[in-house]
Design a protein around this ligand. Structure first.
Ligand SMILES: C[S@@+](CC[C@H](N)C(=O)[O-])C[C@H]1O[C@@H](n2cnc3c(N)ncnc32)[C@H](O)[C@@H]1O
Length: 306
């Protein structure tokens, strides 16, 4: 093993009991930058990927949404965002927040749905709120976190709130609102909260497939959306794993998973951009579209956490 690698591993071993690790800068067009033809090839690939995604979403009747933007305008906006991202000084330089692929994906979905009201749960450095404001400059964007210690970029026009969104947004929101959840909180709870507050278009980070649950380091962020759609899980009452010597167990509440499923019109995973950009791989984001509230009622379910 090279000396540098040995020192890196020794540093990590010393920090592990404190729950800390040494990080490394990610190669998201910062430590390496494609030029000329290589850059153009990435743009061609992204145009292809997002063009297919646009077609599939527009053709999916369960979503019940006709995009206001044409496919050509949409893919052009996605490519333009790459230039914005390159020069954005608030971007995350290491994992812990969204890196290029998922920031670009968040921008794309938000630009597609173009909602008038946007919730960003998990402000962290301010990266996702910034991407959402680029996607929907006219939207009212509210960003929530339980701490602002990591907040580096405050975007004019975005309002930043301390606390869980469910205790702050206590009434149903008018119009078809959009929510991004990257807050390490139970994702089924977030679906229930959104249904009660009329947030219809949802994007989630960290929706790991059930079989990757063992990569999780807390149980507060479970169940994931993937639990709602796992047929093998129908036979289980518990998902358990061991990570770095710690035991974790998530009980499976089938009734709750079924209820969440009954609220959802569409669930899919966004395209994996790693093969297109070569930038750091993270689990692709997940998209959920909730069913429209029944006629005559703007509200559905009970507003919890209020
Ligand atoms: C992975 S980071 C968010 C990354 C960010 N969205 C980005 O674009 O890089 C997760 C954040 O969720 C926050 N968090 C934890 N519990 C929360 C809660 N109940 N509501 C909102 N944010 C919460 C953490 O403090 C942390 O800043």
């Amino acid at each position: 093993m090279k000396l540098r690698r040995l020192l890196f591993e020794a540093g990590n071993a010393a920090l592990r009991p404190l729950g800390l690790t040494l990080g490394r800068l990610e190669g998201d067009f910062q430590t390496s930058a494609p030029k000329g033809t290589l850059h153009d090839l990435i743009l061609v690939s992204l145009t292809d990927v997002w063009g297919h995604w646009y077609d599939a979403m527009a053709a999916d009747d369960s979503i019940g949404y006709t995009p206001k933007i044409t496919k050509r305008e949409f893919t052009e906006r996605v490519l333009d965002f790459l230039d914005d991202y390159r020069t954005f000084t608030g971007k995350n330089m290491r994992s812990g927040g969204l890196l290029l692929n998922n920031t670009l994906s968040l921008f794309a979905v938000a630009a597609y749905f173009d909602a008038p009201t946007i919730i960003d749960s998990g402000t962290y450095t301010g990266n996702s709120a910034w991407a959402l404001s680029r996607a929907c400059p006219a939207a009212a964007i509210k960003s929530f976190d339980i701490t602002h210690v990591a907040l580096r970029h405050r975007e004019p026009g975005v309002t930043y709130h301390l606390g869980d969104w469910s205790g702050i947004v206590t009434e149903p929101v008018s119009g078809n609102a959009f929510g991004f959840f990257d807050d390490h909180v139970d994702q089924v709870r977030r679906v229930e909260e959104c249904a009660a507050r009329n947030i219809r278009y949802l994007v989630f980070d960290d929706d790991t497939p059930v079989n990757a649950s063992h990569t999780g380091h807390n149980t507060a962020s479970f169940p994931k959306l993937s639990f709602i759609y796992s047929d093998p899980l129908r036979r289980a009452s518990l998902v358990e794993w061991n990570r770095l010597g710690k035991e974790f167990a998530v009980p499976i509440d089938h009734e709750r998973l079924d209820y969440a499923r009954s609220l959802i019109a569409h669930y899919s995973r966004l395209p994996d951009l790693f093969p297109a950009t070569g930038c750091t791989h993270q689990w692709p984001l997940a998209v959920v579209v909730l069913k429209k509230p029944s006629a005559g009622s703007e509200e559905r379910g009970r507003v919890t956490g209020a």
